[in-house]
Design a protein around this ligand. Structure first.
Ligand code: NAD
Length: 696
């Protein structure tokens, strides 16, 4: 006969808020109703099991939830280490009770949260333990469960705060059935469940049943006891051969618990006499983060990424930089339920930008070499290829760190040895050749810290990643002007990418002035900016609108196509300028000053102009060539071209993005590069202010 541990609700109340159910319910439970509901549950269970009682304790209102005492298997119990201090006082009472009742008690290390049978449920048929993590229990605790209980542990990640314990949304039943609420789990965990429980044994509950705590059930052979169930769920359970007993537990629901939480099965046996499978599911790695970890927010972001991606962490060491400019160093142990998730987490940590040295083996602090795999199909990378980001990166090859050349986002890293010299280069997938050796996984890859970026950042206080409001536009303009002046004086390289709005907003004469005065070394755009600029030069209109008067000119829309036709007749913009047809404007100045430009085609293009490159791969290459070596890029009102340019620009290049739409600006600033800044304003106004500030 089953033995169940319960605790009378003499001191039960809602005295604190540690889960969403408790919110707004402090002191709102009725002791009398709670006592009556608990007694009814007790009496119901007593018909099918023997009940043991642990004495209630004043000041420990949640002691009623005996499921959270620990996890039991045969004569062993692993006592809970509660996540919230409010419940930690329960630990000695449970420990003492189990000691006294002849259990072999295991205690987890301090600060390693694990919440007992709330987060660990034995499968009723198979020799494995389902273990939850995400809110209360740390993933690392699962290793201890596997070792101490000598059982395979299947880790499930909880993602819905309302279902903070595994037993609130997951209930293994006899006969190999499973009652559960799938949406409480991440995709990986749902797949794990589906891989272990056949479809006809999975009884998924609706949200309506889930929030009545239908999964928080007590299962004693064919009997299921729960708070409440819809008729459809009742039907499903009955047709699987179960007998359902509902007994209201509303007072306990206010604290986030129901039938299962109020009980703990004491005589848990291994489901089958099968061999003990010890399969440690956890993959762990040690990561080293170096950088301005606290003031840049990097530490927080790194830890958030680990958790968001489904892993967990333990900070092993943290050395805070002693001075403002010195860097901090942290050693973090990352755990994940499998290798694929670990690789995903590590790739994200490298992307985040701290130097991250993966230490493969705790005793050997030598980073591993990067793993290479051969390309076997042209234009297709090996499955696990490492995806590059904008940051200067090094890879480890034969024990040496090698700097990656032509760094850009969304590429692969190809390693070659030429005459004994090792070269690592970013290459786009489409450019890969059969036989290229491509870096795979994340081992032996690190981002290089750039101390000079920090110096510049503090010098240019405004150049911190973020969006400037209208009020700050003038200040930003002053800073850009000052920066550009210095770059020009030292022969720096400034690149502008611009959309047609520059012309509509009257910015063309200002951009033309910047080009004329040597502030622009390359111009990137599309068909539209060129057509509108040339139309303005020829007719004084842009898409038929008279820019002087701001009014559509009658028959003006034809100017647009006539312009295209005229340039086509001359064969190129340059030819039209040289023939004296075009006498002003942005492209006139480019031709006159010998400033190279590239016009990338798009599906929206009319014409196109003969200069517009409709082969997009070629256009991307032209853009990349013109961006190469840029010190500063000004992005003016073109979502398409600005984001395209942002993706192909390595870190270290200052970028200023001007757009009326904050979303565009944020997207660029979100590159995480501290050198990029966004200005939400009218582009015509911005250019006017910039030219004025430069005094040209
Ligand atoms: P886009 O949508 O990529 O970008 C326009 C951007 O301008 C938007 O982000 C918008 O928020 C911003 N904007 C609007 N008003 C603004 C203002 N007053 N100040 C600052 N920002 C402002 O469009 P795009 O770059 O104009 O065009 C995309 C592609 O389509 C380009 O390749 C372009 O050449 C092509 N196109 C061709 C034609 C043509 O051939 N006739 C016409 C239009 C666009």
């Amino acid at each position: 006969m089953s033995k169940i541990l319960m605790c009378a609700p003499d001191y039960f109340e809602i005295g604190y808020e540690i889960n969403p159910w408790m919110q707004g319910n402090i002191a709102r439970s009725s002791p009398a109703v709670a006592a009556e509901q608990w007694q009814k549950l007790h009496d119901t269970i007593a018909q099918f099991a023997q009940i043991e009682l642990i004495p209630p304790q004043p000041g420990l209102p949640d002691l009623v939830f005996t499921a959270n005492a620990g996890i039991i298997l045969e004569n062993r119990v692993i006592i809970s280490r509660f996540y919230h201090p409010e419940r930690q006082g329960e630990e000695p009472y449970f420990t003492e009770w189990f000691d006294r009742h002849g259990f072999q008690v295991h205690t987890l290390p301090l600060r390693l949260p694990f919440e007992g049978a709330g987060d660990a449920l034995l499968d009723r048929e198979q020799n494995w333990l389902w273990a939850g993590y995400g809110f209360r229990t740390e993933l690392d605790a699962h290793n201890y469960l596997a070792n101490w209980l000598d059982i395979e542990v299947l880790s499930l990640r909880l993602i819905d705060r309302r279902f903070y314990h595994l037993d609130t949304c997951f209930c293994p039943l006899s006969g190999g059935y499973l009652l559960y609420y799938p949406s409480a789990f991440d995709r990986y965990s749902q797949q794990l469940i589906e891989s272990r429980i056949p479809p006809h044994k999975r009884i998924a509950v609706s949200e309506t049943d889930a929030i009545k705590f239908a999964c928080n059930s007590i299962n004693l052979d064919e009997i299921i006891v729960m708070n409440d169930a819809s008729s459809s769920l009742t039907g499903k359970l009955e047709s699987a051969g179960f007998k359902l007993i509902t007994t209201p537990l509303s007072e306990f629901l206010k604290a986030g618990g129901a039938a299962k939480c109020l009980s703990l099965k004491l005589n848990e046996l291994r489901p089958t006499a099968a061999r003990a499978v010890v399969n440690l599911p956890l993959v762990t790695e040690q990561i080293e983060l170096v950088g301005h970890l606290l003031d840049s927010g990097l530490m927080n972001r790194a830890l958030d990424r680990i958790v968001d991606a489904g892993g967990s962490f333990q900070v092993l060491k943290f050395d805070l930089g002693e001075q403002r400019h010195s860097t901090s160093r942290a050693q973090v142990k990352v755990s994940a339920p499998d290798r694929a998730m670990m690789e995903d987490i590590l790739a994200q940590l490298i992307d985040l930008g701290a130097t991250s040295d993966r230490v493969p083996d705790r005793d050997r602090a030598i980073p591993p070499n990067a793993r290479l795999e051969k390309v076997i199909q042209a234009g297709v990378a090996p499955d696990e290829f490492y995806v590059t980001n904008i940051y200067p990166t090094e890879i480890r090859y034969r024990g040496e760190w090698v700097r990656v050349r032509q760094q850009r986002m969304d590429g692969t890293i190809v390693v070659r040895e030429i005459g004994g010299k090792v070269m690592a280069t970013c290459k786009l997938i489409r450019d890969l050749q059969v036989g290229d050796m491509v870096v795979v996984d994340t081992a032996g890859i690190r981002r290089i810290e750039q101390p000079e970026v920090r110096t510049e950042a503090s010098e240019f206080g405004f150049m911190s990643s973020g969006v400037s409001s209208e009020r700050r536009v003038e200040l930003v303009v002053e800073q850009v002007a000052w920066d550009w002046q210095r770059l020009k004086d030292r022969g720096g390289r400034m690149v502008v990418t611009a959309g047609p709005v520059v012309i509509h907003t009257g910015g063309s004469q200002h951009l033309a002035a910047l080009i004329r005065h040597g502030y622009v070394q390359a111009l990137l755009g599309g068909n539209a900016i060129a057509v509108h600029d040339l139309e303005q030069s020829l007719y004084g209109t842009s898409l038929g609108v008279d820019l002087q008067r701001g009014k559509p000119q009658s028959g003006g829309h034809r100017h647009h196509l006539k312009t295209i036709n005229l340039i086509r007749k001359y064969g190129s913009i340059e030819a039209a300028v040289k023939a004296g047809i075009i006498t002003s404007g942005i492209f006139y100045e480019c031709v006159k000053a010998g400033v190279p430009y590239s016009l990338a085609g798009s599906i929206r293009d009319d014409g196109p102009l003969p200069d517009t490159e409709m082969d997009l791969i070629k256009a991307q290459q032209d853009y990349a060539n013109l961006i190469y070596g840029a010190d500063s890029i000004l992005m003016l009102s073109s979502m398409l071209h600005s984001i395209g340019v942002g993706n192909m620009t390595p870190a270290g290049v200052k970028m200023v993005c001007v757009d009326i739409n904050p979303a565009v600006v944020t997207k660029l600033a979100d590159r995480g590069s501290i050198e990029s800044t966004g200005v939400v304003t009218d582009v015509g106004l911005f250019l006017r202010l910039l030219v004025h500030q430069l005094g040209i």
